[in-house]
Design a protein around this ligand. Structure first.
Ligand code: SAH
Length: 405
């Protein structure tokens, strides 16, 4: 196996279980005899050692600023049965936190570093698991991962692989980045429903965004349900209508769902019809958020409850300043349209924007509009998107629930 020797003192973060080795920390790379090339292959398992030759662990090698993602600390090779053991442990957590129930078969099984599997995401929808590799190493291991998911998760019969958007752009990868790794004879995408807290969602992992659904808003959607009774609700950036369904079940007077994607709006309509076949109080529009809010405001429209759940405005650190301006603008537009005594649920899923910066952007929006605003809740990602305490970079979703006088 290839061995990576670190520069002196660069082992300290690994000893605190931070799973990344940055390329600048590496003193030398010693290839084993099997290597024909002069560098390790992307995705191969390497052993990491300190300058004093202490074994620190094994992980996936990759070209880039994060050179190694550690899979097993203190080990010289990947332990036998590694994938099954890690996946079983993650499932046990989902069972322990009460996510596996007859009225809930939708959950995130593996949340990368948060489940000690850096570079891997697995979402489970009823009998189908969608696997996403963010590192070449996870791509190399995709078939073992699929097999372990099938072995360990009782409800899973199909494993779909969807890594065309998530693998590093330049990485040389063999094999397909998209398609079924395991498919049972009775899988039927056209009649597929997954259940979240008793609500049914049509999930399109083939054409949908990310793995097909945003499981990370489950708890926050349940909070919307609590506040929705008798209210006029706007679900902005609705995607397939998660917040809309909970608001309807909570007794909202009416719900307007808005998203720029017509495909998303088509799915919102399918989901509303499935769960509330008699509802006459839901409308949906494919429109740009900024244009929609400006047009509605010009007509004097107001709401009791608005949800703003935009896509990540900053995908990288250098985009943070613009992102904050975007958050301020969209929040100011929404706060203006809230009736006195109304509520705003506002979110940011940009990992590069921390919660203080996001709160400052929302504060600036409130001050700009000049309304009295109080924070009722500070929201975050749910239990099946755990944050590894040694890897605080895993925190990304934050939200505020505001009471607007
Ligand atoms: N709230 C959703 C997830 C939202 S994801 C849920 O609970 O499932 C962000 C959504 O914003 C995507 O569906 C995307 O199509 C939409 N979007 C992106 N840019 C937009 C814009 N300018 N105006 C309106 N919607 C937009």
């Amino acid at each position: 196996m290839t061995t990576i020797f670190l520069k002196p003192h660069k082992e300290e973060s690994l000893k605190r279980f931070h799973p990344w080795v940055f390329s600048g920390a590496i003193a030398k790379v010693v290839l084993d005899a099997n290597h024909k090339a002069s560098a390790p292959e992307e995705g191969e398992i390497v052993c990491v050692r300190s300058a004093a030759n202490e074994c620190l662990g094994v992980g996936h090698w990759q070209v880039g600023s994060i050179a190694v993602r550690i899979l097993a600390f203190g080990e010289e090779s990947l332990p036998a049965n590694f994938w099954n053991a890690r996946i079983r442990a993650a499932y046990q957590v989902r069972e322990a936190i009460g996510l596996i129930r007859p009225d809930n078969n939708t959950f995130r099984l593996i949340h990368g570093e948060g489940d000690f599997l850096p570079g891997l995401i697995v979402d489970v929808y009823a009998d189908t698991a969608v696997v996403q590799a963010h590192s070449v190493g996870m791509h190399v291991h995709r078939n073992e991962i699929a097999k372990a998911v099938l072995d360990e998760i009782p409800q899973v019969e199909n494993v779909y692989y969807k890594s065309d958007d998530t693998l590093p752009f330049k990485a040389p990868v063999d094999g397909e980045k998209i398609g079924y790794l395991i498919q049972s004879d009775n899988s039927d995408e056209s009649e597929f429903w997954s259940t979240e807290n008793g609500l049914q969602f049509r999930i399109d992992w083939l054409r949908g965004q990310k793995t097909g659904f945003f499981i990370d808003q489950r708890e926050n959607r349940a909070l919307v349900e609590r506040y929705a009774k008798g209210k006029d609700v706007l679900n902005m950036f609705c995607y397939t209508g998660g917040f809309s369904l909970y608001a309807l079940r909570g007794g909202a007077k009416r719900v307007d769902s808005v998203d720029v994607s017509q495909k998303a709006i088509d799915l919102v309509n399918v989901n509303v019809a499935r769960n509330f076949p008699k509802a006459t109080n839901h409308t949906s529009v494919a429109a740009d958020a900024f244009e929609y809010l400006s047009a509605q405001k010009a007509e004097g429209k107001t709401y009791d409850l608005i949800i703003l759940d935009p896509p990540a405005f900053a995908k990288h650190r250098d985009a943070v300043k613009n992102a904050l301006r975007g958050y301020q603008r969209i929040n100011a537009k929404a706060i203006e349209m809230i009736r006195p005594g109304g509520i705003l649920f506002t979110f940011s899923c940009s990992q590069a924007v921390d919660k203080e910066a996001f709160r400052l952007a929302v504060f600036s929006a409130a001050a700009q509009v000049g309304r009295k605003v109080r924070i009722l809740h500070q929201l975050h990602q749910p239990q099946d998107h755990p944050i590894n305490i040694y890897h605080p970079e895993g925190e990304y979703l934050k939200g505020l629930v505001l009471y607007v006088e």
